[in-house]
Design a protein around this ligand. Structure first.
Ligand SMILES: Cc1ncc(COP(=O)(O)O)c(C=O)c1O
Length: 383
């Protein structure tokens, strides 16, 4: 066992994935082609959203999402400090201001109460939007965020990068799958290899609004369209209507996305089995992310809290278990500090960061490896 290296996350590439990519490489389409459309259609159907638009990564997707919400210079947006920096950076790309609300100390998600306090402490119109994150795979309750957003005329972009396949149950007892667009204006997913669906790099935007979808499509390809072409124009005609980008996903990445998507349910079930085994072993001994009733955690991560986190990290590493920390609070990163954010304001986030550690969580983790990780964690705790 000591010769093994167990990372915190790992992609799962099988023969059907390889075959799909190789077959697509033998077609006429290397960049955007029929596989992109097929991936988008299958993804939209899987998530339960009307529209899906593939992009080259979720960071680009978040950038397009804030632009589609018409974010302008100086506009203020609220997000969580416990996320990957990209959730906040998209606001900065559009010269907006990021404001951080605190997290809930048990779910580790953006706190509704803290967000409400921030909004209600300012005049109406002060904020433009909220970016909740389905952190670790646990769905944010977007029905509650929507109510708050509607009271204050705000848009919602759901950062669902950790959560394809996760859901919360709304007040009408309906399962609301992450990114389905019923409460958020746009959902954003990542296909980075440590995530559920690996494309190498890749991302997907989901929405139920035709208008938002059209805007996102235009911005994905330079702001260029042929829609105003008439009989008087030659076949080369196009117009650039907006300053857009090249954020396209390739066909061979989409072929991989399609086969990976087909395994997502199996992967999420295995992730939940692993989580349950950790919980059974740690119950009453170690604090872990709580699960609100009616929610299904897609478990990109399994996070625990301990007093001596660095020592546990080093101890696990010395036994070939490569745990990870998610995340250094975004407002404490030098870039954000340099533009005026200070530490010690978001007490739950900062306390959480001093104690959190993510244990190995990926579908191909074997029962033997899982037991080894549990044994080592308990050995450390009981020492
Ligand atoms: C919550 C969250 N948002 C956004 C991103 C950015 O994703 P990508 O690497 O696809 O740009 C990540 C990736 O780590 C993430 O974890």
């Amino acid at each position: 066992m000591e010769n093994f290296k167990i990372p915190y996350g790992r992609q799962n590439i099988e023969q059907d994935d390889i075959k799909a990519v190789v077959e697509t490489l033998q077609t006429d389409f290397l960049t955007q082609g029929p596989k992109v459309k097929e991936f988008e259609d299958k993804f939209a159907q899987y998530i339960g959203a009307k529209y899906a638009l593939a992009v080259n990564n979720a960071t680009s997707g978040l950038h397009l999402a804030v632009l589609a919400m018409n974010l302008k210079k100086g506009n203020r947006v609220i997000t969580t400090p416990i996320t990957f920096a990209a959730s906040a950076n998209c606001v900065r790309y559009a010269q907006g201001e990021v404001w951080f609300a605190d997290i809930d100390p048990n779910t580790y998600l953006l706190s509704l109460e803290s967000t409400r306090k921030l909004i209600e402490g300012k005049p109406k119109g002060f904020f433009k939007g909220i970016i909740p994150v389905d952190f670790a795979g646990l769905p944010a309750n977007l029905e509650e965020f929507r109510k708050l957003a509607d009271e204050h005329d705000l848009w919602i972009i759901e950062d669902a990068c950790h959560a394809p396949g996760g859901y919360f149950t709304d007040s009408k007892n309906n399962k609301q799958y992450c990114g389905n667009g019923n409460y958020a204006d746009i959902g954003v997913f990542s296909f980075h290899p440590v995530k559920h669906i690996a494309c190498g790099e890749g991302g997907m935007l989901t929405t139920n609004s035709k208008e938002v979808y059209n805007k996102l499509s235009l911005l994905r390809t330079h702001g260029i369209t042929k829609e105003n072409m008439s009989e008087n124009h030659g076949g080369w005609f196009y117009e650039m209507q907006e300053l857009g980008f090249n954020y396209r996903l390739t066909d061979f990445q989409s072929a991989l996305g399609i086969t990976q998507l087909a395994k997502n349910n199996r992967g999420v079930i295995r992730r939940n089995e692993i989580a349950q085994t950790y919980k059974n072993a740690f119950q009453g001994k170690i604090k872990f992310q709580s699960l609100p009733s009616g929610s299904y955690n897609a478990h990109h991560l399994f996070v625990i809290e301990v007093d001596n986190r660095k020592e546990l990290y080093d101890f696990l590493k010395s036994h070939n278990i490569f745990a990870q920390i998610h995340y250094i609070p975004v407002h404490t990163l030098p870039y954000y500090k340099n533009i005026g954010y200070s530490e010690a304001e978001l007490t739950n986030a900062e306390k959480y960061y001093s104690r959190c550690i993510s244990l190995p969580m990926f579908p191909s983790l074997t029962d033997e490896e899982l037991q080894y990780v549990i044994d080592k964690v308990l050995e450390f705790i009981n020492d």
